[in-house]
Write a protein that binds this ligand. Structure first.
Ligand code: HEM
Length: 440
């Protein structure tokens, strides 16, 4: 009798699992509005939600019960919320795969695998990462410092010439990383306006998904053309360097994919850090004073804001290649593992008063850029941009304040990269007028 009951339960759970997979596959094909989906349990959504600048309380409750939790889904998905457990997963590329094709095999996603470093495993990942790494050393990146300073100063001038409140997202947070990536890659000046438009369109989650998708394919087409032009006459930027050094071993698609991966990784993330970090500073005069301090003070604040805000809320999904023990829980081969970076960065066993922003704490070991082989390749570039952008903004507009009630701000409701839709600010009177600034 027990055997009959057992096999009936097994059949039922297999059927439920199969139906669940079919449903997920179908939804991933046809698109769906997670926000209004009654059938997706709130625990599943918790890692993609926020409460203002903080992770939702549900994540802390899950974490209190243990650093790894099984999510109520038809396929086995583990959510890691502990700092040490997240590091354990992220560092172990032998046991956990980033290869997107696993999700197709599992029937979870039916879309074509996106390219780029984040969805590849060694040896492919090692080969591509090795090509890019020399372009992201401090020595190579330092050439961009004066260019980023000019980009920031130009945007501040543009803002100061506007009447009334300005939208800091549109006028500052988006253009600074978009134009920095143009500098990095070597996008010609005449093509930068169009590049910015496309970059914004692909992340316009408020707009139509089709507009965003067509911007992605436009972007790849554009990069293929840029690669061809660089093959004929390589310039100083990253693409020119890659063509010079690796032009024979990498084809046009691979080079275009790498460039596109840098836009995907480096644009929206940095833009969100600029706008959310500014909001955090607008809320706290102490932080505003801090960011006007010396280089060390600014650098400490930037790392603490990265930890506190953790804009990439969840790391790329991993699939276990074999059975692994994570913090006493058995993860089986084929299980999916999601690391909640935002909650891991608030782990009270690592950070005292984790919900406070303490610029003096040494937060440098945070997981905002991930950890291990897939750790963000652009981390130093992003920090460079933030170390230039925050103080320049705070010094130029010392009387800047929110132009709306805090409750009227509109944040992303459900996203992997958290952010603000807009940040209306009154600039107050700048320290120097734009004209004076231009005259030096
Ligand atoms: C504040 C800004 C940024 C944040 C918070 C951030 C965060 C992250 C995180 C969390 C990961 C993935 C870790 C994982 O799943 O293991 C990642 C990967 C990546 N990021 Fe960033 N990122 C930022 C800026 C940038 C910039 C400026 C670039 C390049 C221009 C960039 C390019 C990439 C690439 C190519 C990867 C994939 C690396 C790999 O898989 O080997 N990111 N980033």
């Amino acid at each position: 009798m027990r055997d009959v009951l057992h096999s009936a339960t097994t059949v039922r759970s297999r059927v439920t699992e199969w139906m669940g997979r079919r449903l997920l596959a179908r939804l991933s094909r046809t698109g769906f509005d997670l926000e209004s989906s009654w059938f997706v349990p709130s625990r599943v959504m918790a890692p993609l939600r926020r409460n203002g600048l903080d992770p939702v309380p549900e994540l802390a409750r899950m974490h209190a019960a243990g650093p790894i939790t099984r999510l109520p889904l038809p396929v086995t998905v583990w959510l890691v919320t502990g700092y040490d457990a997240a590091k354990r997963v992220l560092v172990d590329a032998e046991s956990f795969s980033n290869d997107f094709s696993h999700f197709k095999e599992l029937g979870v996603f039916s879309a074509e695998a996106p390219g780029g470093l984040g969805f590849s495993d060694p040896p492919e990942h090692t080969r591509l990462r090795k090509v890019l790494t020399p372009e992201f050393t401090m020595r190579r990146l330092s050439r961009l410092v004066p260019r980023i300073e000019t980009i920031v100063a130009d945007q501040l001038d543009i803002m100061s010439m506007k009447d009334g409140p300005v939208d800091l997202v549109e006028d500052f947070a988006l253009p600074v990383p978009a134009l920095t990536i143009c500098e990095l890659l070597g996008v010609p000046a005449s093509e930068r306006e169009e590049f910015q438009r496309r970059s914004v369109a692909r992340f316009d989650l408020g707009g139509a998904a089709t507009a965003s998708l067509s911007a992605v394919s436009e972007s790849i087409v554009y990069f293929r053309e840029l690669v061809r032009a660089q093959r004929l006459a390589p310039t100083d930027g990253l693409l020119g360097e890659l063509v010079r050094k690796h032009g024979d071993e990498l084809d046009d698609d691979e080079l275009a994919g790498l460039a596109d991966g840098l836009v995907t990784g480096g644009f929206e993330t940095t833009a969100s850090m600029i706008s959310l970090g500014t909001l955090a500073m607008l809320r706290s005069p102490d932080l505003m004073d801090h960011v006007r301090g010396d280089e060390e003070a600014v650098s400490g604040l930037v790392d603490e804001l990265l930890r506190h805000l953790t804009v990439v809320q969840v790391a790329f999904l991993r699939v276990a290649r074999r059975d692994v023990d994570i913090a006493g829980t058995k993860v089986r081969a084929g299980d999916i593992v999601a690391c909640s970076l935002s909650q891991a960065n608030r782990d009270p066993s690592v950070y005292g008063a984790p919900d406070d922003i303490c610029p003096e704490r040494s937060a440098g070991q945070h997981l905002a850029f991930g950890y291990g082989a897939h750790r963000c390749i652009g981390a130093e570039l992003a920090k460079m941009e933030l170390r230039i952008a925050y103080p320049a903004l705070a010094k130029r507009f010392p009387r800047m304040r929110l132009a709306v009630e805090p409750g009227a701000l509109s944040f992303r409701k459900l996203s992997i990269v958290y952010g603000l839709h807009s940040l209306p600010v009154d600039l107050g009177s700048p320290t120097r007028s734009a004209e004076e600034h231009l005259l030096g």
